[in-house]
Write a protein that binds this ligand. Structure first.
Ligand code: BDP
Length: 614
C-alpha cells in the first residue's frame, strides 16, 4: 500500500491544487557537495531552467548534456493562511531517476523511479502565510538495481557517464508538473472501478479508500451532466441503464463524483472521468466490449526538441492529431509510464494504451537491440543484486497500476521490454511481477511483455505468462536487411510457424517492427536508410502479419525519430520514426495510413485468404 494518494490533482470545493511549474533555480553537483554546503536550505546560484523539462538540451556544453550524478532544483512558494488546518503536500509527476525533497531545509520525501508520481507531506515543515523554500536533489545515475537498467562509469578524467542498457537518451530532470496540494483532514485516498456489461445495462463496481468514520456518496453523470446512477457506501455497484460505452476511437466519458461526509458536513470530494468498457482476451482475439479489436499504432517515446523527456503539451497535441490522421487506434507507452495528461487525452480520443512499466534494459548489453540478433545470452536475472532490482520493479508496477487503473484507455500492462528470457532464472522473477500486476488491478486487465529477438518459440521460458504475446521483431533490418530481405521474410515465416506450433492459442501483437530511415534520403532502387527501403520493409512485414490469424495487432517502431546516446549505430538518434522528431511525415506514413484506414477500429475479422498467406 502506498503511503500517499496518487489521485491526479484537482481543485474543487474541498481541495486545492496549485502548479509550481516555471523557472526553477538549477545546479549540477559534480563534487557531491550540496548537503555539506547547505543546499537543502537554498541553492547558491542564479541559474534557472524550466520545469517541467529535461535539463540536458538547454546548455551548449557537452559536460552538462552528458552529466551523470546529483543535480539540484529550487523554487520558492507562498502558502496562503486560509489553508490552516489542511494537510499540505507537494506532488511530483516524476523526477528522473531519484529524488530527495526538502521543504525549508527539512527532508520531506525520498523517491526512486523516474517515471511515476510521488508526494511529500509538508504539513509540519511548511510555514503558512509565508514564503517557503522547496529544494529537490535529483540523481540520474543508472544502476542494475533500479529500472531502467544500466551502468554509470567514470572516465579517466574523473567525469561520470551513463551507460544505458537501453536505446534512448538518459534524459533527466523534473519531467512533469509539480503541484502544491491542500487536502482536507479526512480525505478520499483512492477510487477503484471495474465494469461488467449486461444486455441493456452496465454494472460499475467501485471501492473508495477513505478516512474511517466517514460516509460516501457517489453520482455518475453522463456527458450532458445528467445523473446516470448513484450510490452510497465505500464499496458497491452502480447500475447504469442503457449505458453509452467507451469505444475505440469512439469514446464516451462519464464523470463519477465521489463525496465524503463527516456527519452531515461535506469533508472531501473527487471527480473521476471514466469510460464504461471491458477488455479481455479470448482465444486468439483481444475483445473490447466483447468485439475483436486489431491494434494499429505505435511504440512511442516522450521525446521532443528542447524539452527532452519533459512533458510537452504541444507535442502531445500534435502527436494525437497525427495518430488520428494515420487511422491508428492504439499505442504502447514504451518504455515507461507517460505523463498522466497523455492518458487523459487517450481517454478523450478513444485510443487504447498498452501501459509499460520502466523495466527496460534487462538484457546486459549496451546494444541489446542488436546483440539479441546474434543469439547472445546474459542470464540477467541470476545476479546477487536481482532481489533489489525486483523490489524496484514491483514498486513501479504498484505505482503504475495505482496511478493508471481507472483510465478506460489502458487496455493492458506491459511488465517488461525485451528482457532476457532464455535462462531459467528469469522464471521466478517473472512470476512475481505478473502475480503482483494481477493482484493490484481491479479490472484484471491482460498482462504482457515485449519479447526481444532471441526470445523465440524454442528458447523463451516466460512467454506462457503473457495473456497476449508482444513481439519486437526487426526482420529486414537487424536481421537480413537490404537485398537479403527475401531471406528475412522466409526466416520470419519460419519463426511464426514455430509460434503456431508452440500452441499458445492467444493473440500476438507486434509491438516493434521497422527500420532506420533518414528523412533526407531517397534512392531508386532502394538502399537501407532510404525512405524507399522503409516502405519495402514495411510491405514485407505486413504481408507476413496478414498470413497469421493470431496476429492481432501492429505497432510500428517508432512514432517519431528520437534522441539516443551517440554511437556508431545511431545517426544523432534513432531514425526509425514514421515521423521526424519535428513531427513531419516520412513516406512510410502514407503507406501505413492507407493500410490502417482499410482496417476498421473494431470488429475486424481477418480474411481467410490472408490467413492462408496467399
Ligand atoms: C528494441 C528496443 C527499442 C529500440 C529498438 C531499435 O525495444 O528501445 O529503440 O529495438 O533498435 O531493441 O530501434
Amino acid at each position: 500500500m502506498l503511503p500517499y494518494s496518487l489521485l491526479y490533482p484537482q481543485t474543487n470545493t474541498a481541495r486545492r491544487a496549485v502548479k509550481l511549474d516555471g523557472m526553477w533555480k538549477f545546479s549540477l553537483d559534480p563534487q557531491t557537495q550540496g548537503e555539506r554546503e547547505g543546499w537543502p536550505q537554498g541553492l547558491p546560484t542564479q541559474e534557472r531552467i524550466p520545469v517541467p523539462a529535461s535539463f540536458q538540451d538547454f546548455f551548449t556544453d557537452k559536460d552538462t548534456r552528458e552529466y551523470a550524478g546529483d543535480f539540484w532544483y529550487e523554487i520558492k512558494f507562498f502558502l496562503p493562511r486560509e489553508w490552516a488546518g489542511k494537510r499540505l503536500f507537494l506532488r511530483f509527476g516524476s523526477v528522473t531517476h531519484r529524488a530527495v525533497v526538502y521543504c525549508n531545509g527539512v527532508e520531506v520525501a525520498r523517491h526512486q523511479g523516474g517515471f511515476l508520481p510521488f508526494c511529500a507531506d509538508i504539513t509540519a515543515a511548511a510555514r503558512l502565510d509565508q514564503e517557503n523554500t522547496l529544494v529537490v536533489k535529483a540523481n540520474n545515475e543508472l544502476t542494475e538495481t533500479n529500472i531502467p537498467c544500466g551502468r554509470t562509469i567514470t572516465l579517466k578524467n574523473g567525469k561520470k557517464m551513463a551507460k544505458p542498457y537501453f536505446d534512448f537518451f538518459n534524459y533527466a530532470g523534473i519531467h512533469r508538473s509539480v503541484h502544491l496540494l491542500a487536502l482536507p483532514q479526512a480525505s478520499i485516498q483512492d477510487v477503484s472501478l471495474s465494469f461488467a456489461l449486461e444486455e441493456r445495462a452496465a454494472q460499475v463496481r467501485y471501492t473508495v479508500d477513505c478516512a474511517p468514520g466517514c460516509t460516501v456518496a457517489l453520482s455518475l453523470l453522463d456527458a450532458q451532466g445528467n445523473l446516470a446512477a448513484s450510490g452510497e457506501g465505500a464499496e458497491g455497484v452502480l447500475t447504469v441503464k442503457e449505458p453509452r460505452l467507451w469505444g475505440v476511437r469512439d469514446p464516451y466519458l462519464y464523470r463519477l463524483v465521489v463525496t465524503l461526509f463527516q456527519g452531515d458536513q461535506l469533508a472531501d470530494q473527487y471527480t473521476l472521468e471514466t469510460g464504461i468498457r471491458t477488455v479481455e482476451v479470448r482465444g486468439a482475439q483481444i475483445l473490447l466490449n466483447g468485439k475483436p479489436v486489431y491494434l494499429k499504432g505505435f511504440g512511442k517515446h516522450e521525446d521532443s526538441d528542447l524539452f527532452g523527456r519533459g512533458f510537452n503539451p504541444a507535442a502531445l497535441k500534435r502527436d494525437f492529431e497525427l495518430m488520428k490522421w494515420m487511422g491508428a487506434n492504439s499505442f504502447r507507452t514504451s518504455h515507461y509510464p507517460y505523463a498522466e495528461e497523455v492518458y487523459q487525452m487517450a481517454d478523450r480520443e478513444g485510443f487504447l494504451v498498452i501501459d509499460e512499466v520502466p523495466a527496460v534494459g534487462m538484457f546486459e548489453s549496451l546494444m541489446n537491440f542488436f546483440d539479441a540478433t546474434t543469439g547472445k545470452q546474459s542470464g540477467f536475472f541470476g545476479k546477487e543484486t536481482t532481489p533489489q532490482l525486483l523490489q524496484a520493479h514491483l514498486q513501479a508496477v504498484e505505482e503504475m497500476i495505482a496511478r493508471d487503473k481507472n483510465h478506460p484507455c489502458v487496455m493492458a500492462w506491459s511488465l517488461f521490454n525485451e528482457p532476457e528470457t532464455t535462462n531459467e532464472n528469469a522464471v521466478p522473477y517473472f512470476e512475481q511481477v505478473f502475480a503482483r500486476a494481477r493482484e493490484l488491478d481491479p479490472q484484471q486487465r491482460p498482462r504482457t511483455f515485449a519479447l526481444i529477438g532471441n526470445s523465440t518459440p524454442e528458447t523463451c521460458k516466460c512467454v506462457q505468462l503473457s495473456d497476449f504475446v508482444c513481439l519486437n521483431r526487426y526482420y529486414g533490418w537487424y536481421n537480413q536487411g537490404g537485398y537479403e530481405i527475401s531471406d528475412a521474410e522466409e526466416n520470419f515465416r519460419k519463426e511464426m510457424d514455430g509460434w503456431k506450433a508452440r500452441g499458445l492459442h492467444r493473440p500476438f501483437v507486434f509491438t516493434e517492427y521497422g527500420g532506420d530511415t533518414l528523412s533526407s534520403e531517397h534512392k531508386l532502387p532502394s538502399v537501407m536508410w532510404s525512405q524507399e527501403y522503409q516502405r519495402e520493409a514495411l510491405e514485407m512485414l505486413h504481408r507476413v502479419f496478414d498470413s497469421y490469424d493470431f496476429v492481432q495487432g501492429e505497432q510500428v517502431w517508432n512514432f517519431a525519430d528520437f534522441q539516443t546516446g551517440e554511437g556508431i549505430m545511431r545517426v544523432n538518434g534513432n531514425k526509425k520514426g514514421v515521423f521526424t522528431r519535428q513531427r513531419q511525415p516520412k513516406d512510410a506514413a502514407f503507406l501505413l495510413k492507407a493500410r490502417w484506414e482499410s482496417i476498421p477500429h473494431t470488429g475486424w475479422e481477418k480474411s481467410p485468404r490472408a490467413q492462408q498467406g496467399e
